[in-house]
Ligand binder design. Structure first.
Ligand code: BTN
Length: 323
């Protein structure tokens, strides 16, 4: 708590120095204790200059997510009621599924700086170097199980919205939930669920967003199809600010989903880049081609094939056919 107070004082006096005496007076602790907290902040990666007879000055901050920075002043109703932060995890989705089975509160968010076994859609791996965002959210909506896929669409809407607000970039959604900027993938969502016949026990909404990583950390085939928020803006992104906005947008769209899921579908349609295009959809050993006509109330893609057949696709990989 004192450490956070000292950090906040240093942050708000960025240009000038703050003497040990001043810090001691403003926090109500001894100068020795101030020195100890400064050492601890340095241990976390903060560069704090100390100049005799002038005091301390914050020179730079590490690109690390910190509990206090994420939660201070965060006014969400459900999402982020509890936040668990880890330097590394096999997969936040797996960790969140376990926490949910153990009774974790709805809205719990699990965040990891890196993942060693990150899971992507359709059984793929999600390559997860430092500098990006990897988070999973526990939800317990009272909805019929067939509505669960709309939660993933809701998550995609929130991610696209947060990208627009924090980076000023127009993100689109490729069905079902790939986040695209200028034709390249910047994020994805993976939902896992525990349910009985007609009752959802819990849903874990997993989100991965490529924020600040270097693209050369990816294998060449994936690199060619991928971008990052920093690549698109030409500047390093403050991941804490982005995460806070994402939690707010998720909170907003989750409330909206519970009240009127048609609003989520309408916003998804507004942001999507698939409907209206000619597409090929591959999955389960089959490929079909046709015109993407829309999605149904359960988020499935409707594809009109050339012979007039309307196919309803629940899962698969979409490629937009360029003419
Ligand atoms: C995809 O587009 O294939 C979905 C990627 C989902 C990645 C996120 S990162 C946090 C969460 N935990 C995981 O193991 N995966 C999801």
């Amino acid at each position: 708590m004192y450490k956070e107070k000292i950090l906040s004082l240093l942050r708000s006096s960025r240009k000038g120095f703050l003497s040990g005496e001043e810090l001691a007076r403003k926090t109500g602790i001894s100068r020795t204790m101030i020195w100890k907290h400064i050492a601890s902040l340095r241990g976390e990666g903060f560069t704090i200059d100390a100049v005799p007879s002038q005091g301390y000055r914050l020179a730079s901050e590490p690109d690390l997510l910190r509990q206090q920075d994420i939660t201070t002043g965060l006014k969400t109703r459900v999402i982020g009621r509890e936040i668990q932060l880890f330097p590394t995890l096999a997969s936040p989705n797996t960790a969140a599924m376990e926490l949910a089975s153990g009774g974790a509160v709805e809205g719990t968010v699990v965040v990891a700086e890196t993942q060693t076994g990150g899971k992507g859609r359709l059984g793929r791996k999600w390559i997860s170097p430092k500098g990006n965002l990897y988070l999973s959210i526990i939800l317990r909506p009272s909805i019929p199980t067939y509505k669960a896929p709309v939660i993933t669409l809701m998550g995609a809407v929130a991610v696209a919205s947060a990208i627009g607000k924090t980076c000023g970039l127009a993100a689109g959604i490729k069905w079902p939930n790939d986040i695209f900027i200028a034709g390249k993938k910047v994020g994805g969502l993976l939902t896992e669920m525990s349910a009985e016949q007609d009752r959802i026990r819990h849903i874990v909404l997993g989100i991965g967003v490529d924020v600040n990583m270097m693209l050369d950390e990816l294998p060449p085939d994936i690199r060619a199809l991928t971008t990052t928020l920093s690549e698109e803006t030409g500047t390093s992104i403050n991941r804490t600010a982005f995460l806070r906005q994402l939690l707010k947008d998720l909170d907003h769209w989750y409330q909206q989903f519970l009240a009127q899921d048609a609003d989520v579908l309408a916003e998804w349609k507004r942001l999507n880049v698939t409907v209206g295009k000619r597409v090929t959809v591959s999955g389960a050993g089959e490929t079909l081609e046709g015109q993407a006509e829309g999605i149904d109330a359960e988020g499935r893609l409707l594809v009109r094939q050339d012979d007039g057949t309307l196919s309803t696709v629940a899962a698969g990989d979409v490629t937009i056919v360029k003419k």
